[in-house]
Each structure stands twice: as structure tokens, then as C-alpha cells.
Design a protein around this ligand. Structure first.
Ligand SMILES: [Zn+2]
Ligand SMILES: [Zn+2]
Length: 560
């Protein structure tokens, strides 16, 4: 049994993001207040067929809805803000604190779902200190692959908790907004950092992440090498630092700019309205006017760098874009790396583009992408400056969390002061230090399929069988009063074998199932259940032996 909590204890419960890169969410709590730290989603993939998105274990939040005093959003990436609209839609309501750009992106998401009225959006500035219930939160600038990222230094009844957010230590960020290490250093000496939670994404990658500004020269080189051709670039739609550099290079090459894709258009408009993106109005053209210009005069900035189905670039690559037709006059620049799991999709898109005659320049060929996450040297600097009393690695798969723990220990941290937590675990900060309580909540992947939200209770296994092997139904008709089978059973299938191939096997199934049912009806204690069992077994054995496939067998017994 874990020790009961004392009145001034502070807990942090990890609801997602410690085991996956995605669905980042934690709850920091005192006895009567709960502040949510990010509320993101994880994108689904082939391993979870039919799942639209995966949310943190938000049941924990619903169970404590009375305590929730707000949500801090560190930055505008989907793995940090993508679940907010869902939890508001499902009944929660709270103020959201973040930078202007982050809140702009949040506003779009909430508006799309008609839940904007359920959250007050409270904009915070760099270095601002805001009192939220029993917490006092100081927001500090951080460099990352999206503008407006914020580290939060949360003063709690148990001292300062530093939440690093996604970070890198870019010495030359293109907006000149550097990670505020001096302030972290000052907090470390007075009052001291009691606990640090820090990004582990690149904890097993040596060295430092290249500066965002170092991309410009490489982008310019690609533009120079492709003069006279239309250039279509794709990058993450929220990465306005990259977009700015693409725009700068395009303008230097005397090109005009158009955006392609709704999210790119919206995000560019948002960044321009906030002064985060600088480009003269007259240099923009509408994508509808694309045919009015020579290819060499144009630069199109598109969404779809991950090859997402239905994204603007993937649609163009498939030859079905409403806006652009890819030809041998096009050079496509993929200014991004595929996120793990997206490689095959990106590869398909590249093949499609090349088949249509385009030249494709990707980040494997020329260095036109850099990560938003600090590597080991940068993590080392953060630890050296912050010198936290306790440390919990966050934001990573298990291997990243372990690598980050070992790194902290190699820098001199006492192994007992580095706690390795997972989703569903809680750490308790008390007068005695930090302790770990395993699984105070399930930490389950909460899957959203259509309007259903919940953990997997077996339906994904069924979908995988249906997807891989298909389904065979066997229907038998029985007169329950007389205990007699009426007519022959019949077989239907989907996704098992082509109709012609299935015919011979189906005849055999009918014969064997009919025999099995007749035999079962001879027993005094036959029942609907036993008939179904016999039908499934006879059909299953035959299907497996004759087709060497293992489709789902669905027996149906009709009583007439
Ligand atoms: Zn991020
Ligand atoms: Zn992230």
C-alpha cells in the first residue's frame, strides 16, 4: 500500500507520453486543485486499424473534473494540444494558458469542434508569472520547431517543478528567441529546482541538433539548382520558422508564394497576423492563379510532408489535386523527416511524384530539415544548468526515457533521485522527497473511433483478423421444437477467398457442418450454444485445412 498523501503533498500523474512519442498529458495536483500539463493526441497507424486518434488516459481527468483549474499548453504541436477539443466536447471546461501562437492553433481546433465557448484562452508572455490556484507559473521562452514554445517553472507548495516542454538549444533561432537558460540557472540557485520533467525524444542521439537557421543556405542551394522550375515545398504546417526560411529563399530567387492545404493557409495567416512571419502582401498569390505564372516564378508551400492520405501533396502526387497538376517542370522539396511509422506513406508519395515527372529533393539527400528536439549535448547543458534535486524523464518511448535516466546519472545525479515513470504512474513530491506510485490509473491508450472513446477491449484484435483473413459465416436452420435441422446450412464470406476459389471449400463446409449439427441434435442436452459451438468447430477445421487461412468464423443458428 502506498503511503497516504499529506495535505501539502504535490502529485504529478502521467496520463500519456511516457512510452510513446505522442498524447502528452500530465496532471499536477494539490489536495484541492488540478492543473493539466498539455493534452495531446497520438496519431493512429496500421497497428490500430479503424482508430482515428489515441488520447491520453483522460478518465483520470473526468473523475476529478471539480478540481481542474486550468491547462497549460507548452506549444502548438498536435501531441500537446490535439486532445483538448475532445475533452471539452465530452464535458470538461477549463481555462487554457499558452502563448499567442499556441492559443491561435488551439482556437482553430476548438472552433472546428464547436467547443470554443467551453474554454477561456489566456495568453501569456515570455517571463510572465501567473498565479493559477495554489500554483505560481513562470513561463520561459524555449526554441523548438514551432514558434511560441514555453517552458513552465511551476512554484508549488513543494518547491519549483520545471517542465521543459519540447526543447532544443538553438544558438541562432531565426526569431532570436532563445531558450531562457539564464533564468533556469537563476531558479536553480534561488530557490532551487525541486523536480525537473524533461523531453527525452533525442536522449539516445549524440551531439547537438543543427540550428534552424543553418537550413537556409541548403534550401537556397536547392532553389539555385532548380531555377526555371516550379518549386513545391512541404513541411509541417505549424513550423513557421521553416516557412519563413522557405519564403526568404524564394523571394531572393524572385519567386512568388502560394500556400496549398487548409492548415498551411490558416497557420500562415495566423503567424502573419501575429507578426511571426514576415512577407510582403504583394509576394503572395492565390493558388487558384497558379496557371497565370511561369513555373520558375513560383514557390508553393504545401502541407503533406508526411504523405498523409488526402493531404494536399499526396493528392497532387496521386494526380487528383483540384489545384495543381504535377509535371516534369516541378521540383518537390520535402523539408521534413518522416515521423516513425510514416516512412512507407512518404515513400509511396515520392514514387508517385517521380512517376509524374517531378524531381524530388528530400532531407535524406540534402540537409533541409533539422529536429526540434535537443540531442544529448543539449540535454547535458539543461541538466547542468538546472541541477534539479529530482528528475523524471518524459516525452519518449521507453528506450528514450531509460537513455535519459542514464544520461542524468552519468552527469552525477544520484540514481535514487531519477525516477523512471510510465503512463498511469504518479510521482509524489513531499517533505521527504519524491516517490513513485505505480499505476494509480490505467494509463490506457484511449482510442477514438467515430464517436466511441475508450481502451481496447478486443475489437482491434477482431479488426486485425477481419483485415488479414476475412470472415466466414455459416448459417444453420433448426426446428427447435422437433430438434430437426431444416435444409442445408449455407456459407457466406467476406475477404476470405475469391468467390470461385471459395466454392469447393464451401460445399465441404456445408456437408461437414450439416453432419455435425445432426449429430449434436441426437444428444438430449443440445442447446443453441452447443449447436453454435459445433458449427464453428466443423466449419473452422475445414476452412483451416482446405484453405490454409484462419478467417473469423461466425456461426448463426436460426430457430424456426
Ligand atoms: Zn513539439
Ligand atoms: Zn512533442
Amino acid at each position: 500500500m502506498p503511503k497516504p498523501l499529506k495535505p501539502n503533498d504535490v502529485t504529478i500523474t502521467f496520463l500519456g507520453g511516457l512510452g510513446d512519442i505522442g498524447r502528452n498529458c500530465a496532471a499536477i495536483e494539490t489536495n484541492d486543485a488540478l492543473l493539466i500539463l498539455d493534452c495531446g493526441q497520438l496519431f493512429s497507424n496500421e497497428e490500430r486499424p479503424g482508430v482515428d486518434s489515441i488520447l491520453p488516459d483522460v478518465d483520470y481527468l473526468f473523475e476529478r473534473s471539480d478540481k481542474i483549474i486550468g491547462c497549460l499548453v507548452t506549444h502548438g504541436h498536435e501531441d500537446h494540444i490535439g486532445a483538448i477539443a475532445q475533452v471539452l466536447d465530452r464535458g470538461l471546461s477549463f481555462p487554457i494558458y499558452g502563448s499567442a501562437y499556441t492559443l491561435g492553433l488551439v482556437r482553430y481546433r476548438l472552433d472546428e469542434r464547436n467547443v470554443l465557448h467551453k474554454a477561456e484562452l489566456i495568453e501569456v508572455e515570455d517571463d510572465e508569472v501567473v498565479d493559477i490556484g495554489p500554483f505560481s507559473v513562470e513561463f520561459l521562452a524555449v526554441t523548438h520547431s514551432v514558434p511560441g514554445g514555453l517552458i513552465s517553472a511551476i512554484t508549488t507548495p513543494q518547491g519549483v517543478v520545471l517542465h521543459s516542454s519540447d526543447f532544443k538549444l538553438d544558438p541562432h533561432p531565426i526569431d532570436d528567441r532563445r531558450t531562457n537558460l539564464p533564468r533556469i540557472g537563476a531558479l536553480a540557485s534561488d530557490p532551487g529546482i525541486r523536480l525537473m520533467l524533461a523531453d527525452s525524444t533525442n536522449s539516445d542521439v549524440p551531439g547537438s541538433t543543427a540550428s534552424e537557421s543553418s537550413m537556409k543556405g541548403n534550401l537556397a542551394e536547392v532553389f539555385r539548382a532548380h531555377q526555371g522550375r516550379r518549386i513545391i515545398t512541404a513541411c509541417f504546417a505549424s513550423h513557421m520558422h521553416r516557412v519563413q526560411q522557405i519564403i526568404d529563399v524564394a523571394l531572393e530567387d524572385n519567386r512568388r508564394i502560394a500556400t496549398l492545404g487548409l492548415s498551411m493557409r490558416k497557420n500562415v495567416a495566423l503567424a502573419r497576423s501575429l507578426g511571426l512571419l514576415k512577407v510582403p502582401d504583394e509576394k503572395f498569390f492565390d493558388i487558384e492563379e497558379v496557371e497565370d505564372f511561369e513555373p520558375g516564378e513560383l514557390c508553393i508551400i504545401s502541407t503533406g510532408s508526411q504523405g498523409e492520405e488526402r493531404s494536399s501533396l499526396a493528392t497532387a502526387a496521386a494526380g487528383s489535386s483540384r489545384w495543381i497538376t504535377i509535371t516534369d517542370q516541378d521540383t518537390v522539396l520535402l523539408s521534413s523527416h518522416p515521423i516513425p511509422g510514416n516512412e512507407a506513406r512518404v515513400s509511396t508519395m515520392m514514387n508517385d511524384l517521380i512517376r509524374l515527372g517531378a524531381e524530388v529533393v528530400h532531407s535524406g539527400l540534402v540537409e533541409i530539415h533539422t529536429s526540434g528536439h535537443g540531442k544529448r549535448d543539449e540535454l547535458t547543458t539543461l541538466h547542468t544548468v538546472a541541477t534539479p534535486e529530482w528528475f523524471v524523464p518524459v516525452h519518449g518511448e521507453y528506450r528514450h526515457l531509460v537513455a535519459h535516466k542514464l544520461l542524468a546519472e552519468s552527469l552525477g545525479m544520484d540514481p535514487d533521485r531519477v525516477l523512471l515513470a510510465g503512463d498511469g504512474d504518479q510521482v509524489v513530491l513531499s517533505d521527504d522527497g519524491l516517490s513513485l506510485r505505480k499505476r494509480v490509473t490505467s494509463g490506457d491508450h484511449m482510442m477514438l473511433h467515430g464517436s466511441f472513446l475508450g481502451p481496447d477491449r478486443g475489437v482491434l484484435g477482431e479488426r486485425r483478423i477481419l483485415g488479414d483473413q476475412g470472415m466466414v459465416t455459416i448459417t444453420v436452420v433448426v426446428d427447435f421444437d422437433k430438434g430437426e435441422q431444416l435444409g442445408d446450412p449455407w456459407v457466406e464470406s467476406r475477404g476470405w477467398l475469391d468467390t470461385d476459389d471459395a466454392r469447393g471449400v464451401s460445399d465441404e463446409i456445408v456437408r461437414l457442418v450439416a453432419d455435425a449439427i445432426d449429430q449434436e441434435l441426437q444428444n438430449d442436452d443440445w442447446s443453441r450454444k452447443s449447436l453454435m459451438r459445433k458449427a464453428r468447430r466443423a466449419a473452422g477445421t475445414t476452412v483451416n485445412q482446405l484453405s490454409r487461412r484462419r478467417p473469423m468464423i461466425v456461426p448463426i443458428v436460426i430457430d424456426v
